[in-house]
Every structure is written in C-alpha cells, then in structure tokens.
Design a protein around this ligand. Structure first.
Ligand SMILES: NC(=O)c1ccc[n+]([C@@H]2O[C@H](COP(=O)([O-])OP(=O)(O)OC[C@H]3O[C@@H](n4cnc5c(N)ncnc54)[C@H](O)[C@@H]3O)[C@@H](O)[C@H]2O)c1
Length: 379
C-alpha cells in the first residue's frame, strides 16, 4: 500500500485547513489511515510548533523547517507560509529530494516561480500548487464541456473574486499588506485563484491590461495603535485580458467589495451556449444551450443546473448528493498530489501552471504602472 509522509511547514490559517484535509482523504476514498500521515510540523516559534504538533497528533515539531527536510521519514513537504518564503523552502526541499506541495500564489514574482518550476523538474520531484477551487466537480465539468465544444467559439469571459475583508480602516497591518512579504495585494491573494480557474477552463492568457489601486493607503501598525504604517499593495485590481486564441474577457478582484463574503464567480459566453459557476452555490454548473428550442413561449431554452454536486471519481463518503465545500476541495487537491507520487504521474496544477498565473499578475501590475496592454511574452 503506498504511503506518503508529509512535513507541514506553517500552521496558521491555512496550515490548519491542510492538516484537517489530509486526515479526511482516507475517509473520502476508503484508504488505510496511515497512507497519508503528517510526520512533522514546522513554524517560526517552538511554542506554536509544539501546539501545532499536539493538535495534529504528530511526533515531531521544530522552529527550523530545515530539520524537517533532513528527516528520512518525510517524503514531501507542504508549504503553508507567507509568500516571501515559498521559493526558499521549495528550493531547499528540492535539494533535499522531497516532493513539494505549495500554497498559492506560488511565489513573489514570475522569475521566482519559474526558478521553482525548473528546480523541481530538474530534481525529478512531484510539485503541485494549491489552486484548490479547481477541484469542485462543477468546475471540472465546465472544463470538460468546453473541451468537448459545448460552447462552440467562445466570445468572451468574465471572472470575479470579491471579499470585504479589508473595508474596516482600523484593521491593522499584516504581512498580506506589505509587498516585501506578499509580493502583491488582492491581485495575488484573491486574483491568483480566479485567474487559475479561468486558465484551467479556458487555457493560457496572452496579454493583459490592468488597473490596480489601494483604497486605504495606511493602517494602524497593530490593533488599536495610533502609529500608522503604509500599505504598499493593491486592494482592488480590474483587468482586461486576452487569451492565446484572442478571446477577450474581464476579471474583477477586490478586498473592498462591501457586502461580499467570498464571492467568486465566472461566466463564459460562446456561440452555442454559455456557462456560469458561483462559489456560493458550488454544487452546480449553470449552463445555457443556445440550440434548445425557444418556442412556444421560450420553449425549453434557458439556463439549467448540471448536477455535478460531489461526483468525485471513486469517492466512498460522503455520497455524491452532498454539497462540496472549501475543505473538500483542499482534500481533493492534496489527494491528486499524493496520487501523482503513488502513480508517478504528472501533478496538476503544476509549478509551471503556478508560474503562468504569476506572469498574468506581473503583466497586470506592469500595465497598471505604465499604462497600455502588456503581452505576457514580454513579462
Ligand atoms: N488556497 C487557499 O485557500 C488559501 C487560503 C489562505 C491562505 N493561503 C495561502 O497560504 C499561505 C499562508 O497563509 P496563512 O493565511 O495561513 O498565513 P498565516 O499568517 O495565518 O500563517 C503563516 C504560518 O507560517 C509560519 N511561518 C512563517 N514563516 C515560516 C518559516 N520560514 N518556516 C516555518 N514556518 C513559517 C507562521 O509561523 C505561521 O504558522 C499564503 O501563501 C496564502 O496566500 C491559501
């Protein structure tokens, strides 16, 4: 029976989600519990590493991730740290011969991302980016239908990821608001997700025109502090984009979407039909078939819901009728990564995919700074 032992690096908001999702995989797929094991955890402080290990139930913890890399009982590392450490840790992991699973955005910029993709390829290791939203069956069905030509020629697309997470001007400074730690703002944090979904269902981007802005330019250095610190990343990013085949679309990204909780949607419009996905109703892919008869009184034409729900191939529990959620997409993304190790197959989304998203974001930043369209071949 294949077995993968993971070293988890970083145990903040998403590290905890990853730990819970690994544990769920054997239950989803009827596997022995020990087929996926978190063998050790690293954070920046011994106290937090110790409490993480207690929560996870793993025997090893450290405040130096290199100690995880030196262990022979660890096959792969999972990087759940702020963006400015992804490259250093991934390169060290590749040098130590560990497979790498890394949170999004892959890196601080396109060059870093490409160097990471090259390092894991050169070492012959499996490496995957956590673009978890791809793993809703409705999103996977969208990709299949487009590949099968359901939409015919695609006229245009529209993506949107809005949250209201930064509308409170008293929300203090954090690593997510500092370029040196994060590489970019809402564009990197939220934009990487929606750009990946559009890339996954539609294909490579060729050019981008972006306008980025920072609506709240300074924030308290700490909660309740009168001392202010400069925000040097965007909190809103509006993009026009062209795909490799010339298709035009728009992408709207914001942390300042008052009233939005976690509002991610995409729509694709084609000559034979259209489709919509909405993260707040993720069981369904909404599709419109322009070939349906429209008379009398509209005939049978109109959007209908495809019953994608939880149809994960081979899933034992829960049954397919249960609505999938954020945790389930993380478990599925991780499951595909460990299966790529077990089956010696290509992991997806790969680091090269992560590097493509990084190029789109770099193009949008350059366009916003200098004006005009930026071809991704120049990034
Ligand atoms: N895919 C998703 O759904 C999703 C959601 C949230 C965050 N993320 C991504 O996950 C990453 C982490 O975000 P977060 O919200 O969990 O951050 P966080 O600030 O809550 O946690 C960061 C963790 O990393 C640890 N850390 C920092 N530097 C380290 C180092 N050098 N070695 C070991 N540990 C280190 C910290 O101790 C902490 O445990 C980011 O890249 C973010 O973009 C992805």
């Amino acid at each position: 029976m294949p077995k993968t032992r993971i070293g988890l690096i970083g145990y903040g908001g998403i590290g905890r989600v990853h730990a819970a999702a690994y544990r769920a995989i054997p239950f989803h797929y009827g596997l022995p519990a020990e087929s996926i094991e978190i063998a050790g955890v690293a954070t920046t402080r011994r106290e937090t590493a110790a409490s993480a290990a207690a929560e996870i139930g793993c025997g090893f913890f450290t405040d130096d991730y290199r100690e995880l890399l030196a262990r022979s009982d660890i096959d792969a590392v999972d990087i759940c740290t702020p963006n400015n450490s992804h490259r250093e840790i991934a390169l060290a992991a590749a040098a130590a011969g560990k497979h790498v699973y890394c949170e999004k955005p892959l890196a601080m910029n396109a060059l870093e991302a490409e160097s990471m993709a090259q390092a894991v390829d050169a070492a012959g290791l499996k490496a995957q980016v956590t673009f978890n939203f791809r793993f809703f069956p409705a999103v996977m069905r969208a990709r299949q239908l487009i590949d099968e030509g359901f939409l015919g020629r695609i006229f245009s697309f529209r993506g949107r990821y809005q949250r209201s997470s930064y509308i409170d001007r008293d929300k203090p400074m954090s690593w997510r608001l500092q370029r040196a730690h994060t590489g970019g703002g809402a564009l990197f944090d939220l934009g990487s997700h929606i750009l990946d979904l559009l890339y996954f269902v539609l294909g490579e981007f060729a050019a981008v025109h972006g306008t980025l802005d920072t609506l709240i330019k300074e924030r308290p250095r700490a909660l309740g502090s009168a001392e202010m610190a400069l925000v040097d990343v965007d909190d809103i990013a509006l993009l026009h984009a062209r795909l490799g085949d010339g298709t035009l679309g728009t992408v709207e990204i914001s942390r300042m979407g008052t009233g939005a909780t976690n509002d991610l949607t995409f729509e694709v419009f084609g000559e034979r039909g259209a489709m919509r996905f909405d993260l707040s109703d993720p069981a369904w892919l909404h599709v419109y078939d322009a070939r349906d008869v429209d008379s009398p009184l509209g005939g049978e034409r109109g959007f209908r819901k495809i019953e994608a729900v939880s149809r994960y191939a081979g899933q034992r529990a829960p049954d397919w009728t249960m609505t999938p959620d954020f945790m389930r997409t993380h478990a599925e993304c991780q499951y595909q990564f460990v299966r790529s190790i077990w089956n010696d197959s290509a992991p997806s989304p790969s680091f090269a995919d992560g590097a493509h998203i990084q190029k789109i974001m770099a193009g949008a930043e350059r366009s916003s700074a200098k004006g005009g369209w930026v071809s991704l071949s120049d990034v």
